[in-house]
Design a protein around this ligand. Structure first.
Ligand code: ADP
Ligand code: MG
Length: 255
C-alpha cells in the first residue's frame, strides 16, 4: 500500500478502438509498488483489453503506458507508435496470468517454468533450474516439479502458470480472471497463492469476479464501465457502499 517505492504502472488517457467500436475511452490509473489493484467490470466492458494494452499485446489507439518510469511508445497523428525493441523489457518485466494456463503439455512443470528464463532472459541452465524449483516451491508445488500438466489438477496447473510468470522476476503481475476456468473446489488454492504473493509485496493488477478475494486483498478497487473508470476507491468503500448506481447494480449481480 505504501507509495515509498513509487509507481510501477501509470496509464494516462488510454484509448482503444476496434474498428469503429471504442472499447476504452480514456483510462487513467496508477499502481504503486507493492499495491494490489482489482479491476471489476461487466463482461465485455474492456477489462482484458486494458490488461493487454499494458504489455502491448494490444496496441493502444491513444494515451500513455508508463512502466517503472519508462513510457512505451509515443502518440503521434492519432496512433501510438512503438519500436519492437521497446517491448522486450516490458514483456520481461510484466508477468501475465490468464484464464487458460496454456502450459506446454510435453514439458514437466519445472521445464515449463524454466522456459522463459532460458529463452527470454538467456540465463544459464543451472540458474533456470534453481529458479524454477524456487518458484514452484513458492506456489506449493515442490513435490510436482517433474509432473506433466496432464497429471496436475486445474488449480495446480494454474499455480505452475503463476510460477512461470514469477520466474521472470517481474515488477508487475497482471491476472486476467485467473480462476474463472477452474472447478469451484480448486479456486481457493489459486486465490490463496495470489494473496500470499500480494502479502509478500508483489505489485499486482487483477481482474476478478471474486469479490470476497477483492475485499481481502485489494488496496484499491476500480470499476470499469462504458470505457471509463466509472468509480474507484478502497475495497471497504467501493465494495460496501458504492456511490454510483452502476457500481451498485454490478455488485448486486455478483453477490
Ligand atoms: P472483458 O474482458 O471486460 O470481458 P474485453 O476486453 O474482452 O472485455 O472486450 C471488450 C470489447 O472489445 C468486447 O466488445 C469485445 O468484443 C471487443 N474486442 C476485444 N478484443 C477484440 C478484437 N481483437 N477485435 C475486435 N473486438 C474486440
Ligand atoms: Mg476478459
Amino acid at each position: 500500500m505504501s507509495e515509498q517505492g513509487g509507481e510501477v504502472l501509470r496509464i494516462e488517457g488510454l484509448r482503444k478502438a476496434f474498428g469503429a467500436t471504442e472499447v476504452l475511452k480514456g483510462i487513467d490509473l496508477s499502481v504503486a509498488k507493492g499495491e494490489a489493484v482489482v479491476l471489476l467490470g461487466a463482461s465485455g466492458s474492456g477489462k482484458s483489453t486494458l490488461l493487454r494494452c499494458v504489455n502491448f499485446l494490444e496496441i493502444p489507439s491513444a494515451g500513455r503506458v508508463v512502466i517503472d518510469g519508462t513510457a512505451v511508445g509515443r502518440e503521434r497523428d492519432g496512433a501510438v507508435l512503438y519500436r519492437e525493441a521497446e517491448l522486450i523489457p516490458i514483456r520481461a518485466h510484466v508477468g501475465m496470468v490468464f484464464q487458460h494456463f496454456n502450459l506446454f503439455p510435453h514439458m514437466t512443470a519445472r521445464e515449463n517454468v524454466m522456459e522463459g528464463p532460458r529463452t527470454v532472459l538467456r540465463l544459464p541452465r543451472a540458474e533456470c533450474r534453481e529458479r524454477a524449483g524456487r518458484y514452484l516451491a513458492k506456489v506449493g508445488l515442490a513435490d510436482k516439479m517433474d509432473a506433466y500438466p496432464s497429471h496436475l489438477s486445474g488449480g495446480q496447473q494454474q499455480r505452475v502458470a503463476i510460477a512461470r510468470a514469477l520466474a521472470m522476476e517481474p515488477r508487475l503481475m497482471l491476472f486476467d480472471e485467473a480462476t474463472s476456468a477452474l472447478d469451484p473446489e480448486l479456486v481457493g488454492e489459486v486465490l490463496q497463492t495470489m494473496k500470499d504473493l500480494s502479502d509478500e509485496g508483489m505489485t499486482m493488477l487483477i481482474v476478478t469476479h471474486e469479490l470476497g478475494f477483492a475485499y481481502a486483498v485489494a488496496d484499491k478497487v476500480l470499476f470499469l464501465h462504458d470505457g471509463r473508470i466509472h468509480e474507484e476507491g478502497p475495497p471497504d468503500e467501493l465494495l460496501v457502499r458504492p456511490r454510483e448506481a452502476r457500481t451498485r447494480e454490478f455488485l448486486r449481480g455478483h453477490a
